[in-house]
Ligand binder design. Structure first.
Ligand SMILES: [Zn+2]
Length: 187
């Protein structure tokens, strides 16, 4: 009986290792059929989204708080960002541009907080207030996941659903998701 369990665990680890190897190799070599998305984000175009000085002021206040090592409250965080239609920022959950933070509207409240906190980390990084890390992306994700763990999970699930629905090429989806996972999570 015990031997059966050991064999099962060994087999599981073996299959898991093969699967990771497949994802690693595939994401390096697989060429997706179509690259549907352009890099253009309407929310970062000041012609459509003029700079909101009030929001920038709020972000600067959060930078001041960060200087004093104080984490912003949920209300402070939501006041500093702009919730925008997903169609104006297709392909991303949030973005920090023009010293402003945009978060997509088709995400749960906790998810929006998580993404907002992630983008706020980028605002800190641009103000040269690092959060002691080597990789800016994984650092921003880890810091916001600590504050908003449910939001992190909800954002990951929501991103996967969107990406799955949008992809015509399912292998592309699989390898693309792995790349995103690596990019955000692994240091
Ligand atoms: Zn980021």
């Amino acid at each position: 009986m015990r031997r059966m369990i050991v064999y099962s665990i060994a087999l599981f680890i073996f299959l898991f290792a093969i699967f990771i190897f497949y994802l690693e190799e595939g994401s390096k070599t697989y060429v997706c059929e179509v690259e549907k998305r352009s890099c253009y984000l309407k929310v970062c175009d000041t012609q459509y989204y003029p700079i909101d000085q009030n929001k920038i002021k709020k972000i600067n206040e959060l930078i001041e708080l960060k200087n004093a090592d104080i984490e912003p409250s949920r209300i402070q965080l939501m006041e500093a960002i702009t919730i925008a239609p997903y169609s104006d920022m297709e392909g991303v959950n949030g973005v920090f541009c023009n010293n402003s933070i945009f978060v997509r509207d088709n995400l749960s409240y906790e998810g929006q907080l998580f993404v907002a906190r992630h983008e706020l980390s980028h605002a800190f990084q641009s103000a040269l207030l690092g959060e002691s890390c080597t990789n800016n992306e994984s650092c921003a994700t880890i810091n916001s996941a600590i504050s908003y763990p449910m939001g992190f999970i909800e954002t990951v699930i929501s991103s996967l659903v969107i990406s799955f629905n949008d992809s015509t090429d399912k292998q592309c989806f699989l390898f693309g998701s792995w790349k995103i996972f690596r990019y955000y999570i692994l240091p």
